[in-house]
Write a protein of this length. Structure first.
Length: 255
C-alpha cells in the first residue's frame, strides 16, 4: 500500500517533535495529512507553513468528539489509511516521596490517561474509519503507535510514563490480531532518547550525558529517524503486531 496514492494520514502530536517530523515526511511524499494537537499548540502555523496537503484539527486525544472531528477532516481529503500516534506527555511521580508521603495518585492517573487511554481512544476511532475503506493491495489501513524504551527500563520517577508505555506495548499485538480481520495493521515504535521538546527542560549538560549513554551512534536520536521508521512501517505490508526499539542500543540505567 504505497503512501502517495492510497489515501490520507492523521498524525497526533503533529505540531512538534516526532509528530512534526512525521507530518513533514508524509507531506513530502504527497500524502494529505491532518495534524492533531492541542489548541494551544503551533499546529495551525505548522499546517500553513507546510502548504495545502497539511491541515490542523485541534484535539485532546482523550476527547472522542474532538478526535472524531479531526477524523472527519482527514476523511474529507481522502480515505484515512494511515495513523501515526505521537501525542503524549511525561511527568515525575514516585511511589514514596523523599519526605515519606505517598506518590501523587492524581498525577499518575493523568499521565496514564493521556499516554495509554488517549492512545486507545485515537486507535479505536481511526481504525473504525479505516475498516470502512475499500481494500487497496489487500490493506485497508495501518496504524503506528508510540511506546518508549521506558516500557522496559523506566527510570526512577517515570512511574506513570513507564506504566502507560508498557501498556502501549501490550496492546500492540492484541490490536493487530483484533484488526487483522479488517485488513488493518498495527505496530509501535519505542524511541530511546530523542532530541525533542520534551528534553528542553533539561540543561545542555544533562542532554549531553543522555546522548553519551547511547552505545552507537553515541548521540540523541533525531526526529527524522523516527519519521523514517514510521513511514517504513506504513509502507511495508508485512510489518504487523511488532514494537520496534529505535534507541541506538541503549538500555537505560535506574537514574
Amino acid at each position: 500500500m504505497k503512501l502517495s496514492s492510497s489515501g490520507s494520514a492523521l498524525v497526533t502530536g503533529g505540531a512538534s517533535g516526532l509528530g512534526l517530523a512525521t507530518v513533514t515526511k508524509l507531506v513530502d511524499r504527497g500524502v494529505p495529512t491532518t495534524i492533531v494537537d492541542l489548541p494551544t499548540s503551533a499546529g495551525a502555523e505548522v499546517a500553513e507553513k507546510l502548504g495545502d496537503l497539511a491541515t490542523f484539527s485541534p484535539a485532546d486525544v482523550r476527547d472522542q468528539e474532538a478526535v472524531d472531528r479531526a477524523l472527519d477532516v482527514a476523511t474529507g481529503r481522502a480515505p484515512l489509511r494511515h495513523l501515526v500516534h505521537c501525542a503524549g506527555r511525561g511527568g515525575t511521580v514516585r511511589v514514596v516521596n523523599r519526605d515519606g508521603t505517598p506518590g501523587d495518585f492524581d498525577a499518575y492517573r493523568e499521565i496514564v490517561d493521556i499516554n495509554l487511554n488517549g492512545t486507545y481512544n485515537v486507535l479505536r476511532l481511526a481504525a473504525a474509519r479505516m475498516a470502512a475503506n475499500e481494500p487497496h493491495d489487500g490493506q485497508r489501513g495501518a496504524c503506528v503507535l508510540t511506546a518508549s524504551v521506558a516500557a522496559w527500563e523506566g527510570q526512577v520517577g517515570q512511574l506513570p510514563y513507564a506504566s502507560a508505555k508498557a501498556g502501549v506495548v501490550g496492546l500492540t499485538v492484541v490490536a493487530a490480531r483484533d484488526l487483522a480481520r479488517s485488513l488493518i495493521r498495527v505496530c509501535s515504535i519505542a524511541p530511546g532518547v530523542f532530541d525533542t521538546p520534551i528534553l528542553s527542560r533539561h540543561g545542555d549538560e544533562v542532554i549531553a550525558k543522555l546522548g553519551a549513554q547511547v552505545p552507537h551512534p553515541s548521540r540523541l536520536g533525531r526526529p527524522e529517524e523516527f519519521a523514517a521508521t514510521a513511514l517504513h512501517i506504513l509502507d511495508c505490508d508485512y510489518l504487523n503486531g511488532e514494537t520496534i526499539r529505535l534507541d541506538g542500543g541503549i538500555r537505560m540505567a535506574p537514574r
